[in-house]
Design a protein around this ligand. Structure first.
Ligand SMILES: Nc1ncnc2c1ncn2[C@@H]1O[C@H](COP(=O)(O)OP(=O)(O)OP(=O)(O)O)[C@@H](O)[C@H]1O
Length: 360
């Protein structure tokens, strides 16, 4: 198991890259600690698979170096790196039993039969596949087949990391939750580093200790799920993380201070000379709906989307800007109602030309 370090690692599929746009992955420095769970998250085409393939050794980067535990592995093959991979579709040996599938990587390394059986039993226990060892692998459900794919990686005690490329895509929604939890349990039990590629923010948030958010080949933010939610480094992260996305409201400068016309309130913030387009970022979960009073900002209810115990209320502010609020107290709210808004200044984030300027 290894610490993985990317040193100015980047990739262009073009022979002579000259401009930034030529890079599918813009050069980046990142360090992933041994034993944690990570997610690479971003929309289609943002460079997640390119980064994963460089780490696995399927793709040689055009720029930078890759280090595993201080050892330069940039030029090494996948097998020399000891990386295990789980893909979108389970990869199993269809003619073999579950046990034979798990044993195969060890037999290829010439382990003796007794040691193979011991290790296969250990891994089968961990994956809760012990009762199925003699069953044909083909007979298993899609989530169990994914566990076999994972098991074939885990069975090697020297595996550096397990890379998971959208492994939950073909899993039924009801089973996804259980399999995701199982992956985390396995990570905690074995201490093996896991890197999950996904475009699903909920999946990334519930799986990973830390998330790398990417867009257009560039790392936008790297951090714990709670930090990405509470302090998105830029408007894209605020939009991509959270459901609904972070609200963005226009800001104006009055008498040297910041004000939000939609909320009719001052916004604490550090204002620099160079400040460009200023916007206020507000999470839908941090806005309270109250009875309208003359001294509070108001908005009109456009629609309510009921999600069970809570609802997302879409409002139109007095400046005609849309605003979304997530609340449990929605039962008496009707379309066309005028409601009051309450926001704690600590929840106000100021963005200048898209980047976080300062939290208050
Ligand atoms: N073999 C290739 N040759 C040329 N360009 C490529 C190649 N593979 C990927 N690209 C381009 O590199 C960029 C990043 O692609 P990549 O597959 O890494 O993104 P992704 O985030 O994994 O997308 P998805 O979620 O759709 O798989 C895209 O613009 C893609 O078109």
């Amino acid at each position: 198991m290894s610490e993985i370090r990317l040193q100015q690692l980047g990739h262009s599929y073009r022979p002579n890259p000259t401009k930034e746009e030529d890079f599918a992955l813009k050069p980046v420095d990142l360090t992933w600690a041994d034993g944690k769970t990570y997610a690479l998250l971003g929309p289609s085409g943002c460079g997640k698979t390119t980064m994963l393939n460089i780490i696995s050794g399927l793709l040689k980067p055009s720029h930078g170096r890759l280090w595993f535990d201080g050892q330069d592995v940039t030029g090494k093959s996948t097998s020399e790196r000891n990386i295990a991979q789980v893909f979108q579709f389970p990869v199993i040996y269809a003619t073999k039993t579950v046990g034979q599938n798990l044993a195969f990587p060890l037999e290829c390394r010439n382990w003796d039969t007794a040691a193979v059986n011991r290790r296969v039993a250990e891994i089968a226990d961990l994956l809760e596949l012990r009762d199925m060892l003699s069953m044909p692998a083909l007979k298993l459900s899609a989530d169990q087949k994914q566990l076999i794919s994972l098991g074939r990686g885990l069975v090697r005690p020297d595996v550096s990391a397990i890379l998971l490329d959208e492994p939950l895509t073909v899993i039924d929604p009801q089973l996804k939750f259980a399999l995701r939890r199982k992956l985390r349990e396995i990570n905690r039990a074995t201490g093996v580093t896991m890197i999950l590629v996904t475009h699903d923010q909920a999946e990334a948030m519930s799986f990973a200790d830390e998330i790398v958010v990417m867009r257009d080949g560039r790392v936008q933010q790297f951090g714990e799920p709670a930090i990405l939610f509470e302090r998105p480094a830029n408007e894209f992260v605020g939009y991509f993380i959270g459901s609904p996305p972070m609200n963005m409201l226009a800001l104006a400068v009055r008498d040297g201070g910041l004000v939000c016309p939609a909320l009719e309130c001052p916004v604490p913030g550090i204002l620099r000379q160079s400040s460009g387009t200023l916007r206020l970022g507000l999470r839908a979960e941090r806005i309270q709906l109250i009875d309208p009073r003359p001294d509070t900002p108001r908005a009109t209810v456009v629609e309510a989307e009921i999600l069970g115990v809570e609802a997302v209320i879409t409002l139109r502010t007095e400046t005609e800007e849309p605003l979304r609020v997530k609340t449990r107290h929605y039962r008496s709210i009707r379309e066309g109602d005028v409601v009051g808004l309450a926001v704690d200044p600590v929840d106000m984030l100021v963005y200048s030309d898209g980047d976080l300027l300062g939290a208050n």
